[in-house]
Write a protein that binds this ligand. Structure first.
Ligand code: ADP
Ligand code: MG
Length: 344
């Protein structure tokens, strides 16, 4: 094994320089990036959207199974997902980290390789951040900035009665991926000689460790000159997230279980581990798909996109929030979120 470099040998400024020297500016809106007391952004008449997230070692991620490069990628992607969920285009991010002395320069460099990949893929510029030491563990804060045509941003409170409820991609995979990783971790801790057997589950594990943000869906809206009436990203599971749209739009909803998109890989993995795929889609989290409502007139447009599924419609508030099961029963949708599953 090659020598590892203690961060103290580079110093804080040396480390920042080392981590950020390869980032190239991709947006005209980035007027001034890393190296001064602040970054300067000019969105040339567009409106600015900002979102921030804090990720803590042992709470939001587990370094036993989150490779640092994936973690860097995911830390950026989950933030970009919030910007897309506003119907905006992310353009800049800042990344702040606190690291304990147990992390080497190589480890932090790997983390930044993931950040770099996400920046490249989504066309955003890293324009600043902060670096600190921590007594224990790894703390990450990412702030994303985006731009949107004035007043084209989409909130959670704009859904109207009769609007179609849509989701992008497929749901529930990340939750199963996490469940598998937790299970393997437990087995490994009990007997470190047993090697994890995850080979056939690359889809669900990939969806958890390296999620993508739905840039394509927001571009599709723009190309088709349509604006959803309400939107958010699916980070806590369909059941708890649709309740936000219902509550904030002061409406109820009907969701059809048989319309919820679930990948074959997710179904197979769920059955193998005695989990109900629908419950994983409803109550699992971290899918980072988009949940949005559209006027019925936009049905023909969304119908052309195979990545969009209509799962239900909005109703009067008095009709409550209900799921129509495959068996034809009507049951209440309750916010379980994925914490209720006992996962981290
Ligand atoms: P200050 O003393 O004003 O906090 P720093 O020395 O922390 O400034 O940062 C110098 C420059 O490096 C700034 O442009 C800052 O945004 C950037 N920077 C610091 N830490 C990071 C990081 N972890 N990732 C990206 N950029 C960073
Ligand atoms: Mg600083």
């Amino acid at each position: 094994m090659s020598e590892l470099t203690e961060i103290s040998s580079l110093g804080e400024f040396g480390l920042i320089e080392h981590l950020t020297k390869n980032f190239e500016i991709q947006n005209a809106s980035t007027i001034l990036a890393i190296g001064d007391d602040g970054a300067v952004i000019d969105h040339f008449g567009k409106q600015t959207v900002i979102s921030t997230d804090l990720l803590i070692d042992g709470i939001h991620f587990d370094l036993m199974y989150n490779p640092l490069k994936h973690l860097g990628y995911k830390s950026v992607v989950v933030n970009l997902s919030d910007i897309y969920a506003m119907n905006a285009t992310p353009t800049q991010i800042t990344v702040s980290i606190a690291i304990s002395s147990r992390f080497t320069t190589e480890a932090v460099t790997e983390f930044y390789e993931g950040i770099f990949l996400a920046c490249e893929k989504y066309g955003v510029d890293l324009v600043g951040g902060d670096t600190s030491s921590s007594q224990k563990g790894f703390i990450i804060s990412v702030t994303a900035v985006g731009e949107v045509t004035p007043n084209h941003f989409v909130k959670r409170d704009g859904a109207k009665k009769g609007d179609l409820i849509c989701v992008s991609g497929d749901l529930g995979a990340a939750f199963i991926g996490l469940t598998l990783l937790e299970r393997e971790k437990k087995i490994f801790l009990e007997n470190p000689k047993i090697q994890p057997d995850l080979e056939n589950e690359s889809y669900v594990i990939g969806r958890f460790l390296k999620p993508e943000a739905r840039k394509d869906i927001v571009e599709f809206f723009e190309q088709n000159k349509m604006i959803p009436t309400a939107m958010m990203d699916l980070s806590d599971g369909l059941s708890s997230d649709i309740l936000h749209i219902c509550r904030q739009s002061n409406l109820g909803c009907r969701i059809h279980e048989d319309k919820i998109p679930i990948a074959d890989e997710t179904r197979n993995a769920a059955f193998k581990f005695s989990l109900d795929p629908t419950m994983c889609a409803l109550n699992g989290g971290e899918d980072y798909e988009l949940l949005f409502t559209v006027n019925q007139e936009d049905y023909d447009k969304i119908n052309t996109n195979s990545q969009i599924s209509v799962v239900g419609y909005m109703t009067e508030a008095e009709e409550k929030t209900k799921l129509i099961t495959k068996g034809g029963n009507t049951v209440d949708i309750v916010a379980q979120g994925w914490n209720a599953f006992g996962a981290k």
